[in-house]
Design a protein around this ligand. Structure first.
Ligand code: KIV
Ligand code: ZN
Length: 519
């Protein structure tokens, strides 16, 4: 009988909402996290690390809400090895259909000596006690050796053997500082698999950071050595240079299936919409040359390439853009689209809105459609972000007029609604955007500093919407503001006002501020 080749599956453990959120300035509010969680479920990830519940009340609440809502994905919560951390993690995920506690402790000598001030024996005991304690709550317990790639390999085997004996179902060996080289990581994972007697009782996991730009290569190297869980984030966001990017791992396994002989449950055509949403929510713009999801990932510029692609796309394209959801994402809406089509499009994009929200959004859609010929999915996503996901507004931009040019002093006249009051003001700046920001800040009485400003064209074409992201800082609080408009100056003013509203929201809900970690 002919042997059937069984493709093995790699578990996709998404940590965009936890390690991804640890990207400088990528904090998300609960509504934004929930929105992304819904999309991650649609994308088909197996496990979603929803947060680190002990880190702040806001994080606890977001994880709890996600655990209650998302039913088809295993929900993980991170915890150090203390009972307090594990209690918090469990408190947040107890309602999940499939809850997982992910506990970790550092294992490298450098961390033991300088950070933990613990002996190896003590670390093993802490880890075992934590896993046993977590196991009292849920069957699915993951254990990670923080700074694993700089840890003595026999110590990893020792601690893995002990935690598996205590009930760990997944053991993760992170390259916390992004230090490993692919061959080295393959060797390390193989060594640990061959020298941990009970390793077959657990899934081995890899978790890489991108400090040397090797996160995806290392993750694949670990998978080649037998790891069957990959910890990843959308767009590769995360601490410092980021984590392994979900789309790169999923599409490598998909595109090179004949070599890897491994599958994932990721729905490839949800990759691009997920990337867009994550970028919009976190304010972290995807670099144009980013593999799979960058604006240029499928753009052929050189004549020789264009010629080849026209003759046969396979000459220069190893993946089809529509496979990752790029082409289907370009379904065009316009001013003749009715409410029903609009609702259908929203559902396609994963938004199930109340009648009230739908009506409000439809009005905004019509206003935009009057200004632009084509409305793309990205435009609709921005409308949702502005109208539905936003915090309740204290400031609203009513009117903006800007004068600038080669000889004029840039001047802005602004009408701002502050709660129920309409105020008007004017001011100057070094350029039109600066003039608008100065004027709005003065009228709102804000001393916030602009720490980041970025403009992104949502789509090609002369009438493309400009999407502006600002980051404002005031008294240690950092808030993100987003705005979109065909006019970049208006988009900037909207983003600035949105940032001020977020700052107000954070001031009123200090315990719900993801940026303000408790430790
Ligand atoms: O990078 C790391 O070591 C981590 C652990 C908490 C898994 O994120
Ligand atoms: Zn990490």
């Amino acid at each position: 009988m002919e042997a059937t080749i069984m493709e093995e599956k790699v578990i996709i453990f998404d940590t965009t909402l936890r390690d991804g959120e640890q990207s400088p300035g990528a904090s998300m509010n609960s509504a934004e996290k929930m929105r992304l969680a819904i999309q991650l479920e649609k994308l088909g990830v197996d496990v979603m690390e929803a947060g680190f519940p002990v880190s702040s009340r806001g994080d606890f609440e977001s994880v709890r809400m996600i655990a209650q809502k998302i039913r088809s994905v295993e929900i993980a919560a991170l915890a150090r090895t203390s009972k307090g951390d594990i209690d918090k993690a469990w408190g947040a995920i107890r309602d999940a259909a499939r809850p997982r506690i992910h506990t970790f402790i550092a294992t490298s000598d450098i961390h033991l000596e300088y950070k933990l001030k613990m002996t190896r024996d003590k670390v093993v005991k802490e880890a075992v006690d934590a896993v046993r304690y977590a196991k009292g709550f849920t069957d699915s317990v993951e254990f990670s050796t923080e700074d694993g790639t700089r840890t003595d390999r026999d110590f990893i085997c020792r601690i893995f053997e002990a935690v598996i004996e205590a009930g760990a179902t997944t053991v993760n060996l992170p390259d916390t500082v992004g230090y490993a080289i692919p061959e080295e990581y393959t060797e390390l994972i193989s060594y640990v698999r061959n020298h941990t007697p009970n390793i077959h009782k657990a899934i081995m996991s890899v978790h890489c950071h991108n400090d040397l730009g090797l996160a995806t290569a290392n993750t694949l190297a670990g998978i080649r050595a037998g790891a069957r869980q990959a910890e990843v984030t959308v767009n590769g966001i995360g601490e410092r240079a980021g984590n392994t990017s979900l789309e790169e791992v999923a599409m490598t396994l998909y595109t090179r299936a004949e070599l890897m002989n491994l599958t994932t449950s990721v729905k490839a055509d949800e990759i691009y919409p997920t990337s867009r949403l994550a970028s919009m929510i976190t304010g972290i713009v995807v670099q144009p040359n980013k593999a799979i999801v960058g604006a240029n990932a499928f753009a052929h510029e050189a004549g020789i390439h264009q010629d080849g692609v026209l003759k046969n796309p396979m000459t220069y394209e190893i993946m089809k853009p529509e496979t990752v959801g790029l082409a289907s994402n370009r379904l065009v809406m316009g001013k003749h689209s009715g409410r029903h089509a609009f609702q259908k499009k929203l559902a396609e994009l994963g938004y199930d809105l109340s009648k009230e929200d739908l009506n409000r959004l439809f009005e905004k859609f019509k206003e935009l459609a009057d200004k632009r010929k084509e409305i793309l999915d990205e435009d609709i996503e921005v409308l949702v972000a502005e109208e539905i996901l936003r915090v309740s507004d204290i400031y609203k931009l009513d009117y903006l007029n800007v004068v600038s040019g080669t000889v004029a002093v840039p001047t802005a006249t602004v009408k701002l609604k502050i709660r129920d009051r309409v105020v008007q003001g004017a001011g100057f700046g070094v350029g039109p955007i600066d003039a608008a920001f100065n004027t709005i800040a003065k009228m709102a009485g804000s001393s916030s500093k602009l720490v980041r400003f970025s403009v992104n064209a949502i789509s090609g074409g002369m009438d493309a919407q400009g999407e502006v992201t600002v980051r404002l800082k005031e008294n240690g609080l950092v808030a993100l503001g987003k705005g979109a408009d065909p006019d970049i100056i208006t988009a900037s003013a909207k983003a600035f006002v949105n940032g001020l509203n977020h700052l107000e929201y954070m001031k009123k809900n200090p315990s719900l501020t993801p940026d303000q970690r408790d430790f």
